[in-house]
Design a protein around this ligand. Sequence first.
Ligand code: IDP
Length: 138
Amino acid sequence: MTEQTLVLIKPDGVQRGVIGEVISRIERKGLTLAALELRTVPTEIAAEHYAEHAERPFFGSLLEFITSGPVVAAVVEGPRAIAAFRQLAGGTDPVEKATPGTIRGDFGLETQFNLVHGSDSPESAAREIGLWFPALRS
Ligand code: IDP
């Protein structure tokens, strides 16, 4: 069964020059791109995207970071795309949780600056794809 997930290459990933690397890993896994765009995120969209973290102490700094420069937003699809991309990304903390061989494990050092985002459930994927790519809303 084909599934879709919302992937972001965050501003640190764009600045570090790993767009090609991340997309290459997505393609090598066998996943495909249904949408791909470089864009700068308005604070309102960023706040909606991370609404579940609104009460967390890092929320303000997370919004500042995500809106600090362009991100790559993509809809990635394939069988079990949500879990498959999270496997490619690695755990949230690039040192304690992500293992070498994952995007965060290979390129990240700090939890906030962990390079990529991938939806964590079918419900989040539907919500996030609707937010970032309204034309693809299911
Ligand atoms: P995920 O991106 O692995 O799904 P979440 O817990 O949903 O992780 O957190 C969303 C994002 O918020 C993380 O990817 C990271 O950029 C940031 N973040 C999470 N926890 C912390 C923290 O303790 N300090 C700073 N930033 C954090």
